[in-house]
Design a protein around this ligand. Structure first.
Ligand code: ATP
Length: 451
């Protein structure tokens, strides 16, 4: 349910709104201080604000000051100001200060519902727009603006216009293929093919014909002459993914192609010239493989004219959150869901988790979270990251846990009697009610109501 913060000191109107707007979760505040507390707590997209707030309800000064503070704290918030009848002057002043809309008392819930719906729609559009802008920060689909990524993107911009053979190094799922595509897209070859082949996923005996193609009759089943990936990439770019997994037997043929830019199809005798830009990628330590003699040294130097290290996700700082939000936006579209964001603990957990599977792992975790989440905010549990991943609780959360625990403990000792519970806690009964509301401990109230 969408949350609306209603800032209104008239209890009667609060009640009226509560029963007449059942499709929203309404949270209330009666003055400027409590409004700002509620704003920090619920971060509502939409607020209704009665301009006549105590201590000066006859005047709009307190309401306008409140509006100013709300927009300072949460600039994207849609504030609908509520004025007395014919109070156009203050309504216009509020709009000039940044309020989204206004309406005049007496309350007409049909009108208010339309205004609220429009405010939420606009807010959603703005949130999506922001995520899309974040998604386009650097190179089309390379999301993120950490120093590490900015540096990698600058390198892409420099090497893309050249013909230099590039080696992309990085853990699995860091985006090596995404970077290879970005190099192609920014190169003069961008109107020709980008062809990728994963050397680790094709059986050794098939890899040669996949890469170099074969002539008709070259082997049983070779019914017609077939082009390999290298020829298919002619004029464009070829990505040799997981080059570290290329068998030694094929490495010599690959070296010849890279040096002379000619190939021979399997079963053929004719040399065919090809004009292909080559990008290689691997998560393996090729230098170590050279020492162990499982990778040819001459090939290693040939493919690594320039090496670009793609940082693992855990070293990209706040990028994790930026990417997570962009992915959430994408999955909301894909699955037609309305998840609005992440809980604080989910954010902390994502920032502290090690992400061994990098962005691919983040994608998988978020996809299932979006499908399975039961609230509009994704929690740490939804993404399969337990509380232990979120080591630093906010002060607010620590306080909430402590107060909730103390209230429940006192309540049990007082056998469900709220007056005794309040006494034991050293607070008044109304304060206890306020805390029950604040922490949504409504089971406590209902037990007393039954007794
Ligand atoms: N910076 C990024 N922003 C958003 N999505 C990204 C980013 N980098 C990668 N991705 C996405 O993460 C997934 C993994 O990326 P990619 O396949 O390029 O990784 P890889 O390093 O080539 O992985 P592997 O080594 O396993 O082949 C892809 O779906 C890709 O679209």
């Amino acid at each position: 349910m969408k949350t609306v913060l209603v800032i209104e000191d008239d209890i009667g109107i609060q009640k009226q709104l509560k029963w007449s707007l059942p499709d929203y979760e309404l949270v209330f505040a009666q003055d400027r201080a409590s409004a700002l507390t509620q704003l920090r707590r619920y971060e509502p997209e939409v607020v209704t604000l009665d301009l006549g707030l105590p201590p000066d309800p006859a005047n709009a000064s307190e309401g306008l000051a409140c509006l100013h503070e709300i927009l300072t704290l949460q600039p994207g918030c849609k504030v609908i100001v509520v004025t007395g009848s014919n109070d156009n002057e203050h309504a216009l002043k509020a709009i000039a200060l940044g309020a989204y809309d206004y309406y005049q008392k007496p309350i007409d819930t049909a009108v208010l519902t339309v205004i609220l719906d429009r405010a939420f729609k606009l807010s959603q559009l703005e949130i999506e727009n922001k995520a899309l802008r974040a998604a386009n920060l650097n190179n089309a689909d390379i999301i993120g603006n950490s120093d590490a990524m900015a540096k990698a993107c600058r390198t892409v911009e420099k090497i893309a216009p050249t013909e230099i053979t590039t080696l992309l190094l990085g853990e699995s799922g860091t985006g090596k293929e995404v970077f290879a595509r970005a190099i192609h897209r920014q190169s003069p070859r961008n109107n020709k093919a980008f062809v990728a082949i994963n050397c680790a996923s094709i059986p050794e005996n098939l890899l040669e014909s996949e890469l170099f193609g074969y002539e008709k009759g070259a082997f049983t089943g070779a019914n017609k002459t077939t082009l390999g990936k290298i020829e298919c990439a002619n004029g464009g770019t070829l990505l040799l993914d997981e080059i570290g997994d290329m068998p030694l037997s094929l490495q010599a043929k690959m070296l010849r192609f890279l040096q002379e830019r000619v190939i021979e199809r399997v079963g053929g005798r004719q040399e065919i010239e090809v004009d292909v830009r080559v990008i290689c990628a691997t998560h393996r330590n090729l230098a170590e493989m050279v020492t162990e003699q499982s990778f040819r040294e001459d090939l290693y130097y040939r493919i690594s004219e320039i090496t670009l290290l793609i940082p693992p996700l855990r070293q990209r700082g706040h990028d994790i959150v930026v990417i997570a939000k962009a992915l959430l936006n994408k999955f909301n579209h894909e699955f037609n869901t309305q998840i609005q964001g992440f809980t604080e603990s989910a954010m902390q957990a994502m920032l502290q988790y090690n992400w061994p599977g990098n962005i691919r792992e983040l994608q998988n975790k978020l996809k299932s979270a979006v499908i399975l989440a039961e609230s509009k905010y994704i929690s740490a549990e939804d993404i399969g990251l337990s509380e232990q991943h979120s080591k630093t609780d906010t002060l607010r959360k620590v306080r909430e846990q402590a107060e909730t625990g103390a209230i429940r403990h006192a309540y049990t000792l007082a056998n469900g009697n709220l007056s005794k519970t309040a006494d034991a806690l050293g607070i008044t009964r109304p304060t206890l009610y306020a805390l029950i509301d604040k922490y949504r401990l409504h089971d406590l109230r209902s037990i007393e109501a039954e007794t």
